[in-house]
Every structure is written in structure tokens, then in C-alpha cells.
Design a binder for this molecule. Structure first.
Ligand code: SF4
Length: 368
């Protein structure tokens, strides 16, 4: 298939892997920020193709995984309000909150619908006039412009029963938080492709300049990722950290200014809670006062019904921070499987635990 096969060419992949092996002279640690990259790396056996000296760690780039339990509990509490319809992405349904999940709340009678986009949620509001429809707005800079566009459309069309629980998060601040934290020492980051389509390459420049950590923005096909690893190893070996784009067909240095304008029109930057990391200053998106009538937080202030409780034994926080691999969790593949997930990293299609579980099985590997 054009635009896919050419990025999965096994001869080119082996050539890149050889070049990485030739360049690599010392042990380094790279983080692939994005859950989509983790899945591609495991699915195509890229960890086995690069030298052992190149250690790959998963990062926090999975919106479902980084949603704090307290925020999930809030969504569950909202679902119990009379007449409310919750609209959410499917992956959120099975994530365990402190005492329940959206799926369990639905089984108990709450009206919770799975949608594929914010615009679907807006359509749901139009079709259910008189009932509040609350969209659970998770996601990074990739999703935020679409949520903002839905709020703008709701205002334009005078839709009064559409609300957003704004849980949007920003990528550069969490990268900074990880680099400032004790523990994991990173040499390079495979930066997210889809987020960078929106924000461009410039917001990562502080990482190379202030932390001397190499950054390469990558696409999601195997050759994209191998090329990014090759560029990272080259930067690290020459001690010349910089921000490079290895996904030029999707990312421009300035990103998508129009999308950012829409996002910035509706949202302002605010502190945000991250699972496993805590509150990070200026790392989230809050609906501006001008649009507050769409803000579920303002329209339906619900407090915690019971004390916060994290899943016992789950190391999602460590996995999200890159300080543990999923297989280092005692529950991995035993008490915690895709059928019986204990934490969000096993539920989400972008979760690292789900990827390790799925592609740890040789029959699921698609080696190049
Ligand atoms: Fe949490 Fe399950 Fe992953 Fe362990 S394997 S960190 S319990 S999601």
C-alpha cells in the first residue's frame, strides 16, 4: 500500500539497524514519549533490531494512562447525575477508578456513550436536547483543537446542553517534569509525531539546550522510528544534542498555527494532575471564562464521593515515568491482563503494558 509499504521495507530497515549498530559505542537510554511509538516498536520487533546498548523506555504519551484517578472518579460521579449523558472515548470505559469504572457505572444505569470524536459528542447533544451531554475531554495537543472546535461550533449553533470535562494535557511541560525528576537519566527522546504536527519542533528546543538531551520527532512507521533512533544515536555519539524532524511529511518547525489559534482561543494553560507524576504546573488546558458555560467543572461541581484509592500493586505511575518496564510489575500477565486490567496502561490501545502483553507473544510480532 502506497505511503505504508515504503516505510516498512525490510532491506532499508536492516540497513538502518546496521548503521545504528555501527554508530553506537556506549550504553544510552532513549524514551519514546508516545504510546503509538511503543506499540510500533514492539509490534515490529524494533527493540530486537537495535543494539542492546540502546535502551528504550516508554513515556507518558498515552492520554488514557496519564488521566489521574481523581479525574476519572469525577467523570464517574458526573455519570451518576440525573439525566446526564457522558460521551467518552472507548478506552476510558474500562479504566478502574477508585471504586468503579465508567463501564460499571453504565451497568448500574448511567447513560454513557462511546464516541469517536468530540464532534460525535456534539451531535449527541443536538439529538438529546434538554439532557446535559458531557464529553470527557482527554488528550494532548493533537486532540485539543478538535475539542475547541466543538465548543466554538456549540456556541455558534446555540447548543446549550453540551459540556466538556477538560482534562487536556500539554507535552513539553511533562517532558520537563520528567527531566527534572530524580532517577531516570535520558540521553534522547523520540518525540511524538502527531502532537508535533500541531506544536511543531520549537517547543522542544529547551530540552536540547538546557538539558543536553537529544530530540528527534518521529512518524509511526518502522522506518520512521529506526531513522529517528539513528539520528538520536548520531547526536548523542557526537555530543551535539539538537531537535531534528524525522517526520517531515507531517511536521513543520512552526507546526499548525491555525489549529493552535483555535486551541488557544478556547483554552488557557493551567496546572494539571498526571497519574504517577502528580500536579505539574502549566501542563493542562482549562476552558477560558468566555466559554465557561460549556465547562462541566463549573456547571456540575461534584466533589469526591469517597477517598481516593489507587489500584493496589499497579506500577502504571512508574511505567508512565519510564522508571519501570511493564514486565517489572508483579501483576503483569498474572492478575493484570487485557481481559482483567488492573491499571490504565493495560486497558488503553496506547498503553505500554497492553503493548508488552500483546507483542510479547511471538505470533503477534510483525518482524521486518
Ligand atoms: Fe498496572 Fe497492570 Fe501495568 Fe502492572 S501490568 S503497571 S497492574 S497496568
Amino acid at each position: 500500500m502506497k505511503f505504508i509499504d515504503e516505510y516498512r521495507d525490510s532491506r532499508l530497515a536492516r540497513g538502518l539497524a546496521n548503521r545504528i549498530a555501527q554508530r553506537s559505542t556506549r550504553k544510552i537510554t532513549l524514551m519514546e514519549f508516545c504510546g503509538g511509538h511503543t506499540h510500533a516498536i514492539l509490534k515490529h520487533g524494533i527493540r530486537q533490531m537495535v543494539p542492546e546498548a540502546v535502551e528504550m523506555r516508554s513515556g507518558p504519551g498515552c492520554p488514557v494512562c496519564v488521566t489521574a484517578t481523581a479525574d476519572l472518579d469525577k467523570a464517574i460521579a458526573l455519570s451518576r447525575l440525573p439525566d446526564v449523558i457522558i460521551a467518552t472515548f472507548g478506552d476510558m470505559m474500562r479504566v478502574p477508578g477508585s471504586y468503579s469504572s465508567l463501564q460499571q457505572s453504565k451497568a448500574a444505569g448511567a447513560d454513557i456513550r462511546v464516541v469517536y470524536s468530540t464532534m460525535d459528542a456534539l451531535e449527541l447533544a443536538k439529538a438529546n436536547y434538554g439532557r446535559p451531554v458531557i464529553f470527557v475531554g482527554i488528550g494532548f495537543e493533537t486532540t485539543a483543537p478538535t475539542i475547541a472546535a466543538a465548543i466554538l461550533a456549540a456556541r455558534r449553533e446555540g447548543i446549550k446542553n453540551f459540556y466538556v470535562l477538560s482534562l487536556g494535557k500539554l507535552t513539553p511541560p511533562v517532558m520537563k517534569a520528567l527531566l527534572d525528576a530524580d532517577g531516570l537519566r535520558l540521553d534522547g527522546i523520540v518525540c511524538p509525531g502527531h502532537v508535533s504536527v500541531i506544536i511543531g519542533s520549537r517547543p522542544y528546543e529547551f530540552i536540547a539546550r538546557d538539558y543536553r538531551v537529544a530530540c528527534v520527532i518521529s512518524g509511526f512507521e518502522p522506518l520512521d522510528i529506526l531513522l529517528s533512533i539513528d539520528k538520536l544515536v548520531e547526536q548523542i555519539e557526537h555530543d551535539r544534542p539538537a531537535v531534528e524532524i524525522a517526520y517531515a511529511r507531517g511536521v513543520k518547525p512552526a507546526g499548525n498555527e491555525k489549529a493552535r489559534e483555535i486551541m488557544e482561543n478556547v483554552f488557557e494553560v493551567a496546572d494539571a494532575r498526571w497519574r504517577g507524576i502528580g500536579t505539574i504546573p502549566a501542563s493542562g488546558l482549562k476552558i477560558r471564562t468566555e466559554y465557561e458555560r460549556f465547562d462541566a467543572d463549573k456547571a456540575f461541581p461534584v466533589g469526591p464521593e469517597q477517598p481516593l484509592r489507587e489500584p493496589e500493586g499497579c506500577r502504571c505511575g512508574d511505567v508512565i515515568r519510564g522508571s519501570a518496564k511493564p514486565v517489572e510489575c508483579n501483576l503483569f500477565g498474572k492478575a493484570c491482563t487485557p481481559e482483567t486490567p488492573v491499571g490504565p496502561c493495560m486497558v488503553s490501545g496506547e498503553g505500554a503494558c497492553a503493548a508488552y502483553h500483546q507483542y510479547g507473544l511471538p505470533e503477534n510480532l510483525q518482524t521486518l
